[in-house]
Design a protein around this ligand. Structure first.
Ligand SMILES: NC(=O)c1ccc[n+]([C@@H]2O[C@H](COP(=O)([O-])OP(=O)(O)OC[C@H]3O[C@@H](n4cnc5c(N)ncnc54)[C@H](OP(=O)(O)O)[C@@H]3O)[C@@H](O)[C@H]2O)c1
Length: 273
């Protein structure tokens, strides 16, 4: 068994690489620039938007951990079928719980549908927002002790990327074929509560500034393309997504409880330095 991990330098793909390495399963990590990956995971150069750049690297690969939303996916999947790949585990999202009415849900839906049609085994992972999203506060934390938080009253059961990695590896090993796995963290926390947990891990007195809806709207539209900003506002401002509920899928699949934000913050405190 050899796995190709896309997004291997990122939060989720990096966790898949770590989980594979910890289990001694050989892997290849798709990277755009030279980098070191966990022992046993060989970097292979390639661009997800240009499937021809890593077609040869699919030789001998049995499973792919696939990020959503890239171009020319049909070509990538045709290359995978030709190479004898058996299983694709897609990193999709909780946004597919409801109607596919916005840009974020749209690209996850398109990816799931293309993989469904490819004739390979598949598992779709639909996680909540990641605990690693708190890294978006890093610049503010470097500048001072106040964190401006969007949607301050909306609790989210954010998920530890390591749990996504562990679930993905189970699926890549052949479990949960044709399953859609909705993944949550262990407890729903408002952004204000998340800041308090981060403060404890960092040993700093942090305060959360609750941004108004108008401030949030302005910030979102200043920092990302309009369709994505509108999707985020619809999810958390208008409540078209439910990331508050907690389920037991991580524990059911992996045999260990979903990890807490406290443990993620302790493990990653150096990143906020
Ligand atoms: N964050 C959330 O709350 C959340 C929730 C649900 C689903 N998701 C999904 O999870 C995905 C991954 O999230 P993440 O936090 O792991 O992201 P991340 O840390 O930003 O990592 C993104 C990864 O994708 C790679 N990448 C980007 N463009 C590429 C390309 N054209 N070709 C090859 N590799 C490319 C990056 O490689 P480089 O090192 O070269 O940049 C990096 O390894 C998101 O894009 C989203 O679709 C996220």
């Amino acid at each position: 068994m050899t796995i190709l991990i896309t997004g291997a330098t990122g939060n989720a793909g990096g966790a898949v690489a770590q989980s594979l390495a910890a289990q001694g399963i050989p892997g290849r990590g798709l990277v755009r620039t030279a980098t070191r990956l966990p022992a046993g995971i060989a970097p292979v150069p390639g661009d997800l938007n240009r499937p021809e750049t890593f077609a040869d690297a699919l030789s001998g690969v049995t499973g792919i951990f696939l990020l959503s939303g890239y171009e020319r996916l049909d070509e990538l999947l045709a290359n995978a079928v030709r190479a004898g790949v058996r299983k694709i585990v897609v990193l999709s999202s909780s946004s597919l719980d409801g109607e596919v009415t916005n840009a974020v849900a749209g690209y996850h839906h398109a990816t799931e549908e293309a993989v469904r049609a490819a004739g390979l085994e598949w598992t779709f992972l639909r996680p909540n927002s990641f605990m690693s999203n708190t890294l978006r506060w890093r610049d503010q934390l470097r500048a001072g002790d106040e964190v401006r938080v969007q949607f301050p009253d909306v609790p989210v059961s954010t998920i530890h990327p390591g749990d996504i990695g562990d679930v993905a590896v189970r699926a890549l090993r052949g479990a949960h074929d044709s399953a859609v796995l909705r993944l949550t963290g262990p407890v729903a926390l408002t952004p204000v509560e998340q800041v308090a947990i981060l403060a404890e891990a960092l040993g700093r007195p942090l305060t959360a500034y609750p941004m108004s809806r108008a401030e949030t709207h302005a910030e979102l539209h200043a920092t990302m393309p309009e369709p994505y900003a509108a999707a985020i506002e619809s999810f958390f401002g208008d409540g078209t997504i439910d990331e508050t509920s907690v389920n037991t899928t991580v524990a059911d699949v992996t045999g260990h409880p979903a990890r807490t934000l406290q443990s993620w913050a302790q493990e990653n405190r150096a990143l906020f330095g």
